[in-house]
Design a protein around this ligand. Structure first.
Ligand code: ADP
Length: 482
């Protein structure tokens, strides 16, 4: 076994208070590595380091920020195959998906390198004669970044890059089960020429490291992506803290993909397969409710079933694998629990849902579709976070739209149609933050805002130029030049 990989605090690599094992979900005999697990005291040290580094970094020039972010981008992109392999090995998405995610992380850093140069303020005329008004954006301070396991490098990238770009210092806490990509990213960032303490990595449990960050008076802002329950707890902690913290939450989804009578069946099937099952359905933007109008229902179900039967579920690193394993035993148990719930509620398990055996011991689950589901069922209301989708029949477009919006979530929504009228109406009337026409529900582009409405998200949007809203704070200055 190689040496334990360490946390990064004040530019030093430090041992943790304990050790976590990173296990390959495609082969549970394969230990990806051992990673330091920080405790509360080390988290406090990381916050102190970030605090000490903030004054200088907050006054750094756009060129310094550009140079650091650009270096990070260049190295990530140059190493995308190797890092993509590590990501696929620890998380279980397929190798092409892993490489694609790493490339996206590199592109995000390139985008924010540019944003550092583009940050500008405004001037305005005062209502009082002779007075000058300036509106500028300043860094928020120390930001705590708490990320989930399903995008082990892209989500950290889309929080870390804007945080650094706008002059904040960072304490980054990745999800415990995917420390490999987070650590590799931290190594790259550590070489990028940032002053000591501007960026700190603290791996460890949410209940310890995460809690310490959300309760710490010196942490000015928390950006979180994860489950609804944890997000709610973080919001409460941020509001209970003195001073109250700025926070941003990206949580669950129960994303509808509406398939209308006039849809191109092939396009609809591809959108559904990609949206529901790629990345093993472990995406907050997964199309977990397929709402299908009656004129196309049977044709769509038949074509979808044929397509799913041909999907190759296997080791994430094997060439030809289309669906990798579920991330771990807990998540597999949750998927199986929902498969049982769906059957007990009276939906028909039309295909899939079997545990699969492959050459190596792993968490392999056949993609599953329920037919005859109703939107009132738990499988249609609660996030499963696995390769499980339900088909909900609808009479017509109006009913399909009403079902699509009848959810506590509002992250992404899609419609498959060849009608301009329905496409336009759906874009305007969907209650989701991201709407797709004839496409999977995933929000892929890194230069435009990502985020949802209702119970899916809280606070400012992430990604693209909109990210500045969260990572900067506005100052209004008045001058009387005399
Ligand atoms: P997921 O199941 O997608 O990992 P979670 O919401 O459980 O979603 O976890 C998302 C992130 O939040 C992880 O990094 C986790 O360690 C962290 N986390 C969990 N509990 C807390 C908490 N009480 N305070 C802060 N962060 C937490």
């Amino acid at each position: 076994m190689n040496a334990v990989l360490k946390n990064l605090i004040a530019a030093e690599w430090v041992e943790g208070a304990g050790v976590s094992r990173n296990i390959n979900p495609s082969d549970t005999n394969d230990i990806v590595g051992e990673y330091a697990r920080a405790d509360a005291a080390q988290t406090l040290q990381a916050v102190a380091a970030a605090k000490a580094a903030f004054p200088a970094w907050s006054r750094s020039t756009p060129q310094q920020r550009f140079d650091a972010l650009n270096r990070i981008s260049v190295e990530i992109l140059a190493r995308k195959d190797e890092l993509g392999r590590l990501l696929a090995r620890e998380e279980g998405k397929t190798l092409p998906e892993g490489i694609g995610e790493v490339a996206r992380a590199g592109q995000i850093f390139a985008f924010f390198a540019g944003e550092a140069l583009r940050l500008s303020g405004e001037t305005g005329a005062s209502v009082r004669p002779g007075i000058e008004v300036e509106i500028t954006r300043e860094p928020v301070g120390i930001v705590g970044l708490i990320t989930p396991w399903n995008f082990p490098i892209a989500i950290p990238a889309w929080k870390i890059a804007p945080a650094l770009c706008f002059g904040n210092s960072v304490v980054f806490k990745p999800a415990e089960i995917v420390p490999g990509s987070a650590h590799a990213l931290a190594e790259i960032i550590a070489r990028a020429g940032l002053p000591a303490g501007v960026f700190n990595l603290v791996m460890g449990p949410g209940s310890v490291v995460g809690n310490t960050l959300t309760g710490h008076p010196d942490v000015a802002a928390i950006s979180f992506t994860g489950s609804v329950g944890t997000g709610r707890g973080i919001a409460q902690a941020c509001v209970a803290a003195t001073p109250m913290k700025k926070f941003q939450l990206e949580m669950g989804g129960k994303n509808p993909l509406v398939v209308l009578d006039d849809a191109d069946v092939k396009v609809a099937v591809e959108a559904a397969v990609n949206g529901a099952f790629f990345s093993t359905g472990q995406r907050c933007t997964a199309s977990s409710r397929l709402i299908v109008t009656q004129g196309i229902h049977d044709r769509f179900v038949e074509a979808l079933t044929e397509r799913i039967k041909g999907l190759v579920v296997d080791d994430a690193l094997k060439s030809g694998t289309q669906i990798g394993p579920v991330v771990d035993q807990n998540q597999l148990d949750q998927d199986l629990r929902y498969l049982k719930i769906g059957k007990d509620e009276g939906a028909k398990l039309h295909w899939g849902g079997e545990i699969l055996n492959r050459e190596t011991p792993g968490f392999y689950l056949q993609p599953a579709i329920f037919t005859g589901a109703s939107n009132a069922m738990r499988i249609a209301r609660e996030e499963i976070f696995g390769p499980v989708a339900c088909i909900i029949p609808a009479k017509d477009y109006e009913e399909a739209l009403a079902i699509a919006n009848d959810t506590e979530f509002g992250l992404a929504a899609g419609v498959c149609t060849t009608s301009l009228k329905y496409a336009s109406h759906f874009k305007r009337n969907s209650e989701a933050g991201m709407v797709m026409v004839n496409l999977p529900t995933a929000g892929v582009d890194y230069h435009v805002p990502f985020g949802g409405r209702k119970g899916s998200s809280y606070g400012a949007r992430e990604q693209g130029a909109y990210a500045r809203e969260f990572y900067t704070i506005v100052k209004t200055a008045y001058t009387n030049p005399g």
